[in-house]
Design a protein around this ligand. Structure first.
Ligand SMILES: CC(C)(COP(=O)(O)OP(=O)(O)OC[C@H]1O[C@@H](n2cnc3c(N)ncnc32)[C@H](O)[C@@H]1OP(=O)(O)O)[C@@H](O)C(=O)NCCC(=O)NCCS
Length: 171
């Protein structure tokens, strides 16, 4: 089985993450849209770095914790947890070559453990109706999935460790 580890984001890890994104993912899968020609242009690479610095690395603006996903020691994506009230919102992206190999499932288990340790009451995530991988991953956790148009919201109540009671929730 692939050895999967979460490395807390810092400048060195961010450089590895950008390399992984440029090599193996489309910009729109891993960052907000940038008004520039398609592809990994210099402006989009700068925006990727600025996005993570603002959201995770700069204490003045940070809103979430981000980790580089290392599979057998190589960066293959990112995972994040963002507190939202008494819930915590999770997000994951993997490079194309890393998808469909069980890595997302292992990362989700690690994120759930982090979410529990943070004291959050609920683990939430959102995806789109057409994202079968993400939907399958979230349903597999026992999360309650609510569809609204193209949006799919997932919520899993975080009981004591070992308990996996699912509960619906609005947020
Ligand atoms: C979504 C994503 C994180 C899933 O991670 P993954 O490593 O590919 O998923 P896994 O291999 O761990 O599979 C987990 C489950 O989903 C299923 N699955 C994975 N990809 C699937 C697909 N494309 N279609 C249907 N089911 C799929 C697996 O069969 C597995 O189900 P099982 O537990 O019943 O065997 C990953 O594919 C990805 O990064 N996609 C692009 C970015 C993205 O969409 N991020 C999420 C935005 S909300």
């Amino acid at each position: 089985m692939t050895d999967v580890a979460l490395t807390p984001l810092a400048e060195t890890a961010l450089a590895r993450l950008l390399d992984a994104a440029v090599t193996g993912a489309d910009p729109l899968e891993v960052m907000p849209p940038v008004d520039d020609p398609p592809g990994w242009t210099p402006a989009r690479r700068d925006a990727f770095l600025a996005f993570h610095r603002a959201r995770s690395l700069d204490p003045a603006t940070a809103v979430e914790r981000t980790w580089v996903i290392d599979a057998d020691g190589e960066a293959v994506g990112a995972a994040r947890l963002e507190p939202r009230g008494d819930a915590v919102e999770a997000g994951i992206w993997l490079t194309r070559a890393a998808r469909g190999r069980g890595i997302g499932k292992q990362v989700t288990a690690l994120l759930l453990a982090e979410a529990r340790a943070s004291g959050a009451a609920t683990f939430v995530a959102s995806t789109t109706a057409g994202n079968h991988g993400a939907r399958s991953l979230l349903a597999g956790l026992g999360a309650a999935l609510t569809t609204n148009g193209d949006e799919v919201a997932a919520a899993l109540s975080l009981g004591p460790a070992g308990e996996s009671a699912a509960a619906g929730r609005e947020w």
